[in-house]
Design a binder for this molecule. Sequence first.
Ligand SMILES: Cc1ncc(C[n+]2csc(CCOP(=O)(O)OP(=O)(O)O)c2C)c(N)n1
Ligand SMILES: [Mg+2]
Length: 447
Amino acid sequence: MAAVAAALGRLGRRWSGLGRCGPRGLSRPHLATASGPRRSLSASQEFTSLDEKPKFPGASAEFVDSLNFIQPNVISGIPIYRVMDRQGQIMNTSEDPKLPKDMVLKFYQKMTLLNTMDRILYESQRQGRISFYMTNYGEEGTHIGSAAALNATDLVFGQYREAGVLMYRGYPLELFMGQCYANAKDEGKGRQMPVHYGSNIHHFVTISSPLATQIPQAVGAAYSFKMAQGDRAVICYFGEGAASEGDAHAGFNFSATLECPIIFFCRNNGYAISTPTHEQYRGDGIAARGPGYGIMSIRVDGNDVFAVYNATKEARRRAVAENQPFLIEAMTYRIGHHSTSDDSSAYRSVDEVNYWDKKDHPISRLRHYMVSKGWWDEEQEKAWRKQSRKRVMEAFEEAERCLKPKLENMFTDVYEDMPPQLKKQQESLGRHLKMYGEHYPIDLFDK
Ligand SMILES: Cc1ncc(C[n+]2csc(CCOP(=O)(O)OP(=O)(O)O)c2C)c(N)n1
Ligand SMILES: [Mg+2]
């Protein structure tokens, strides 16, 4: 934890120095030549050009007398904070969050349950049972590590690939399935594409597809928390692709200027559908942008659940205590296709995917840790796999059996008092179904 704080501080210091080009110009006396500014001063004035300080309202910096463009990426890269190595060994005991066994087992069970749910729902889409799905494979550590570090009432704004955050908060399998199946149990009343979850009681704002729209909204929510002077923070997840949207800029800048208690959590998973990061940006990833906005920033190994936990915990604590935004860039890899509408073999190699799946996976890393602690073994693994699959299958079968939402839901909830033209349409549908109902599967809808 100490290193997270140190890294946050270091980055702030290091980057705040970048714009100054060093102190060289300040100590060079040749500026005050006969042709320089001194000539225009009266002899009685003891003023030299070296005494001039910039007065521009937009920057706090010194004047220099040499022409230097600031080079991007002059440092070797923002370091990646980690706690465990790929074998699940703690690298520096002072960074070990020393979480109790129960909590670590919960991390593991949520990460693997998410994995199992993904597998079943992905297959379900391939069989034509649901219209669409997006898996979270490979990014389980970013979800669980960050979710565990928050308070239960902190407000979450997700992008769409953060189902594990909701799962960690206790959103039940039945509701995940109900949403994907758009059935009568769906809290969104069947009006959204699959994976667009939302839950009031879990403080998880409903997902919306247009990229990055959640970012300024999240900042607005954080600003309202600050005004209310409570002890709540906002966390806003987004991908490295979404960070290219104008809304990301607006959100970052407002959060800094309005001093909002928000954690921007970027899942840098290497791709935005088929666009790899080297085509997405030329700077040092997303963390490098934080200092430009005046935001405390850190890069972490997203496949190390403890590193994600430590960084989020510290960022959350300081965001609320100091009313300021934090940016966490979690480096990870999207092992699955972007969605069921994508075939990633068209733009990346099987070997690349296999590396992350077999050699650097957040779930196996945590399992190594648990085994080394004597908290987990082959027997427990087998039993849990069986039990979790059973639970997912039961929820899946129930979702298949469940009726579709009430038809009247098509017309309600937008207006408090239904306007006449909408009323007319609803009556028209009623008449149509009375005459031609046998051509529609109306029995499958809730009454
Ligand atoms: C404004 C907007 N532009 C384009 C899209 C289409 N789109 C959906 S997801 C996506 C890629 C996003 O990548 P990233 O933010 O890295 O998230 P990831 O899918 O990798 O988790 C794109 C381009 C969209 N939904 N909204
Ligand atoms: Mg991405």
